[in-house]
Ligand binder design. Structure first.
Ligand code: ZN
Length: 220
């Protein structure tokens, strides 16, 4: 094929893909297409680490100070697409101060929003091992999707393990230090007579268990 023909074909494919994404909004595979995300979200670096692509797209939504990294908190986004999650978490001053350290798309692509040493806003009202405000000492992983409706993909589990292992090694974390949003929120509620903590369905206990079992196999 001539160079111009190739160029034309590529443009045609992108246009078709974008048109399709408008008409087929319910199709997560289309909406989570990493090329569409790549075209929409500014990023500093893109590299393939092991089996998965990793994009570095720093969020301004971090708190000052240094994260002490005592645990890793799992979440699911419950948003309609990876792109909408990234827009919420990297956008300027979100209303509810929302961010995390990494968003993991269904195909396993990782979007790194902040290094583990940064304090992001993923935990909200929270307590772990008797300590309040988990944002200050935990790393937040957001899995794209809603685990109440659908389990994590195999790629999400494997990619998250790839992400966790170096952090666990550096900060001497155990498998029991991988917790869920629900867990730290419930500990907070048990220990405070909090009346006004809005309910937020998050990653299920089943998926938490599944993740820890997969992690255990990789550590062996
Ligand atoms: Zn959460």
């Amino acid at each position: 094929m001539k160079k111009n023909t190739i160029k034309f074909t590529v443009i045609l494919a992108i246009v078709a893909m974008m048109a399709f994404s408008h008409t087929a909004c319910k199709d997560n595979k289309v909406k989570d297409n990493s090329l569409l995300i790549e075209a929409s979200i500014p990023y500093e670096k893109k590299e393939k680490i092991g089996d998965y692509w990793e994009y570095t797209c720093p969020t301004p939504n971090v708190h000052k100070g240094r994260n002490q990294v005592k645990a890793i908190v799992l979440h699911h986004t419950a948003t309609e697409s990876t792109l909408s999650s990234l827009k919420i978490m990297t956008g300027p001053k979100p209303a509810g101060k929302v961010s995390c350290h990494v968003v993991i798309a269904p195909d396993g692509t990782r979007y790194i929003l902040a290094p583990p040493e940064s304090i992001t806003w993923h935990a909200g009202w929270s307590m772990l091992n008797g300590r309040n405000n988990c944002n200050r000492f935990t790393v937040g992983i957001e899995f794209q999707g809603n685990t109440i409706e659908q389990p994590l993909t195999e790629d999400q589990v494997r990619s998250a393990i790839d992400y966790c292992l170096p952090i666990m090694k550096k900060y001497d974390l155990k498998i029991s230090d991988i917790v869920t949003h629900k867990q730290i929120r419930e500990e907070y509620l048990r220990n405070h007579h909090a009346k006004k903590v809005p309910a937020k369905p998050d990653i299920t206990d089943e998926e938490h268990k599944r993740f820890k079992e997969a992690l255990k196999k990789r550590i062996k």
